[in-house]
Design a protein around this ligand. Structure first.
Ligand SMILES: Cc1ncc(COP(=O)(O)O)c(C=O)c1O
Length: 398
């Protein structure tokens, strides 16, 4: 390996330091595989997949002709169904040719960044981020530029985004609904971002793209609606996935959507195809493409998810935890009762309750709970949350 490649790869590893520290922690790791543990770490299923999901995959796994599992162009019915589902969801009009199928949001983000970023271009991303944003930007040979959300309420800090724009800015990557805060960025905020990007593009004489990670667009609470920045800024690439709505993220399926009015639409579509050839970051597997129209119509039980949210919020607040109510996503983001969130997570882990320490998502002093945990896990974990909190409070007071 050349020195340059080694430097590049170690830069990528360095960008994931907090995440790796949490995931590789031996004390937490010891309990992670324990089936008796209450596992709140990741947005992963903690019970069997939906029976209708399993039946759908079984049905489409049966080959109907010799080409069933052959090399093929994207499955037309999948493109049409994704376009129709997204049009309903966002209230914008998408056609089959506006959809690029990808291997989940991760594949979509990688493709979008590779397509728009030239080596050395700056990409602004929002902190707290999803674990792999910096790695993805670096992987596309871009330069990550971090902008924090506002401290109270976690809204986008539009002034800070404006201030971060330089002549080398090529893209701004935002995530709404936002993991880990559960915040849905509102129309006024997104319009303000659009205006900042229009002005930045004009000043630079080179367009700035908005890459919108909409992985949780269908995981909404309290009757909230998804608002896409693509409605206000046509030069957007909308990244979608079924990993959350079907809660089977090991089965890779997602897409990038080109919103109405995006300039250079046909060139972009071609660029995505060529990017696939050049990187091998290709289509989802055949079965997933065939199943897409049915998977698009499925959802995990959002009422149950909301009941889990409310139950945990009430219980944690009663114990004295400070925690806001998320508008969307799988996650609660309470403040840890001590500043050292890693120590707090290890103390819980010793009692078989696994949470994600805030350091993994650039939120030191916090911890993240995934509501994909089962009711039984919550039953078992709540007394542990109470006991550990009062134990640490007593220790702190002493
Ligand atoms: C904000 C965000 N973006 C992207 C992803 C990746 O999703 P996928 O499994 O579709 O690659 C996740 C998964 O946790 C996520 O939370």
């Amino acid at each position: 390996m050349s020195d340059e490649v080694a430097r590049h790869l170690s830069g990528i590893i360095e960008s994931m330091r907090g995440f790796l520290a949490a995931m590789m922690d031996p004390e937490m790791g010891r309990h992670a595989a324990d089936p008796a543990a209450s596992n709140f770490i990741a947005g992963n299923p903690q019970e069997l997949a939906m029976p209708q999901y399993v039946r759908t995959l079984q049905r489409w796994a049966e080959p109907k002709d010799k080409d069933w599992f052959g090399y093929k162009m994207p499955h037309r019915a999948a493109l049409a169904a994704a376009a129709e589902g997204l049009s309903k969801e966002l209230g914008l009009s998408f056609g089959a040719d506006d959809i690029v199928l990808t291997r989940g949001a991760h594949g979509g983000l990688a493709a979008a960044l590779t397509v728009v970023v030239d080596p050395g271009d700056e990409v602004i991303f929002i902190s707290p981020p999803w674990f792999f944003y910096e790695a993805l930007i670096l992987g596309a040979r871009g330069k990550p530029v971090k902008v924090r959300v506002k401290p109270g309420g976690f809204d986008l800090d539009v002034d800070a985004i404006a201030a971060a724009i330089s002549p080398r800015t090529r893209a701004v990557l935002i995530n709404t609904p936002h993991n880990p805060t559960g915040r849905i960025f509102g129309e006024d905020t997104l319009r303000a971002v659009a205006s900042v990007l229009e002005k930045g593009s004009a000043r630079n004489g080179r367009p700035i793209y908005l890459i919108s990670d909409e992985a949780y667009s269908r995981i909404l609470f309290d009757g909230n609606r998804m608002i896409t920045p693509g409605a206000f800024y046509p030069r957007s690439l909308l990244v979608h996935t079924y990993s959350k709505s079907a809660l089977a993220p090991g089965q890779r399926l997602g897409y990038v959507a080109l919103p109405p009015g995006i300039p250079g639409r046909d060139q972009l579509r071609q660029a995505f195809m060529v990017e696939g050839f050049a990187t091998g970051n290709m289509l989802p597997d055949a079965i997933m493409q065939y199943a897409l129209p049915e998977i698009d119509a499925m959802s995990i039980d959002l009422e149950h998810l909301q009941r889990k949210r409310d139950r945990m919020l009430d219980a944690l607040r009663e114990m004295g935890y400070e925690v806001h109510s998320p508008q969307a996503t799988f996650y609660l983001l309470p403040k840890a009762p001590i500043a050292d969130d890693m120590r707090f997570a290890r103390t819980l882990a010793a009692q078989k309750v696994l949470v994600l320490p805030g350091v993994a998502v650039e939120m030191p002093g916090y911890f993240r709970i995934s509501l994909t945990a089962t009711d039984a896990m919550i039953d078992r974990a709540l007394p542990v949350f109470a006991e550990v909190r009062s134990g640490l409070a007593a220790g702190v007071a002493r």
